[in-house]
Write a protein that binds this ligand. Structure first.
Ligand code: C5P
Length: 222
């Protein structure tokens, strides 16, 4: 259940739209807690791979999700394997499994309702924050950018990390992931009816942040 005393900001959008950077900056600026919910799905996907399974196998995916406990979930940011393309691909496969989404629901809703360290609010980024996890969030931002812009941003990021990819392969992988994320039967990615759409195709990170902050300040009074 959501506790209305916590300010919740939902930042949703497809892969590589810049929503993670944006959400983290909003949380820092507002002194709110921040949760990257993609990491939860990545942990499940990588968990299946590490056990020698196939992330598209619903039974293996559900088992890996049910094996994650809150102590593990709070430390996910430390695991470098999760942020790889392999991690993202596995995440989007397990994210289509209803039992996986159900197993991760309570952790996310508790985080939103009772942000850690006594913070007075929480910023969560993902695909279904505004629609499923926190439907009563005061602020919902759905971040968009064109596939070419997103592929270019992700390519530059991966190259810095030393991953061996081309821009064309990144675009193809993004489009496959978009198709899975928007067309799956369970919680397809889409903006909540009351979300504000923020198209960052022609914005740099600072401009996107300023635009998002403007949306937040219009909705939350401190
Ligand atoms: O945001 P990120 O790229 O880390 O997400 C990885 C994958 O996890 C997404 O492609 C999506 O399929 C899944 N996901 C989800 N719901 C969320 C967050 C991520 O289904 N709230």
């Amino acid at each position: 259940m959501e506790n209305t005393s916590s300010h919740v900001i939902a930042v949703d959008g497809l892969a590589a739209t810049g929503k993670g950077t944006l959400a983290r900056r909003l949380a820092d600026h507002l002194d709110f807690a921040y949760l990257d919910t993609g990491l939860l799905y990545r942990a499940v996907g990588i968990g299946v791979l590490r056990a020698g399974g196939d992330p598209s196998d619903p039974v293996a995916a559900a088992k890996a999700a049910q094996a994650l406990n809150p102590d593990v979930l709070v430390n996910l940011a430390q695991d470098p394997d999760l942020r790889t393309e392999v991690g993202g691909d596995a995440a989007s496969k397990v994210g289509a499994v209803p039992e996986v989404r159900q197993a991760l629901l309570k952790f996310q809703q508790d985080f939103a309702a009772h942000p850690p360290l006594g913070k007075k609010g929480a910023v969560l980024d993902g695909r279904d924050i505004g629609t499923v996890i926190a439907p009563h969030a005061k602020v919902k931002i759905y971040v968009e950018a064109s596939p070419q812009v997103r592929a270019n941003r992700r390519f530059l990021e991966l190259r810095v990390r030393g991953e061996n990819v081309t821009e064309a392969s990144v675009l193809a992988e993004l489009q496959a992931r978009d198709a899975r994320d928007t067309q799956r039967a369970t919680v397809p990615t889409k903006p909540a009816d009351d979300a504000v759409i923020l198209d960052t195709s022609d914005m740099n990170a600072d401009e996107a942040f300023e635009a998002a902050l403007g949306i937040v300040e219009g909705k939350i009074k401190h």
